[in-house]
Design a protein around this ligand. Structure first.
Ligand SMILES: [Zn+2]
Length: 219
């Protein structure tokens, strides 16, 4: 959770043009939406956390839809599947901005909650979240990798942090020592950023074992 302190009003003797409180308090056309972001390394349970939230929204009677990237076909094309095998139906799309048209304008209007899995693969994530929450009043729950296997910013996930209501960083268990794991270690020598794989190619590691592992790969 991020807390931002309110900045005290600047004192000024010259009158400045301000939006009046009444302008700012004007009722929006529809209730405003929310954006919640779930990040962390691979195997941290991001998809599980996303599904849990989506399902609980669904049982509260809200209309929900799940979207995942069509790039990731590891488990199934039209369902989100967690590493432990839980399945949920979803839309597998190459981009997000085409969702409204594919889902149907009328059906989209009735949607309350949109879940996005593997968000690092969507280049239009910022634009989509902005529109969905600010203009269309949707609650958007986003799960994705914050960093790649070299701990660099991965795709657009961190770009939406300034838009978000809440950020949750999950941890996995280090595969070497069992301590909390914050990073994803790539076991192969492949160096392209997007290399889709599971436990055969990646493992979650703590800081110490991340650093040790990178040194072993270098030599
Ligand atoms: Zn470790």
């Amino acid at each position: 959770m991020i807390h931002i302190n309110t900045v005290p009003q600047k004192m000024s003797l010259t009158p400045t043009v301000n939006h009046s409180d009444r302008d700012l308090m004007a009722q929006p056309l529809r209730p405003s939406g929310e954006i919640h972001v779930i990040v962390g390394p691979m195997f941290a349970g991001k998809t599980t956390a996303l599904l849990r939230r989506i399902k609980s929204e669904g049982t509260n009677g809200r209309n929900i839809a799940m979207i995942k990237s069509s790039k990731d076909t590891r488990y199934a094309v039209n369902s989100v599947v967690t590493h432990d095998g839980t399945k949920y139906p979803c839309w597998a799309l190459p981009d997000l901005l085409s969702f409204k048209q594919k889902f149907g304008e009328e059906a989209y209007e009735k949607l309350d909650v949109i879940g996005i899995d593997e968000a690092q693969f969507f280049d239009d994530l910022y634009e989509f979240c902005c529109k969905a929450a600010d203009t269309d009043g949707k609650t958007v729950i986003v799960a994705g990798l914050d960093g790649d296997y070299l701990r660099r910013n991965f795709g657009p996930v961190l770009d939406i942090v300034p838009l978000a209501d809440t950020i949750t960083k999950l941890t996995a268990r280090c595969e070497v020592c069992g301590k909390k794991a914050h990073f994803t270690f790539r076991k192969t020598k492949e160096t392209k950023t997007e290399l889709i794989g599971g436990a055969d190619m990646y493992m979650p590691v703590c800081r110490q074992h991340y650093v040790n592992g990178q040194m072993v790969i270098k030599h």
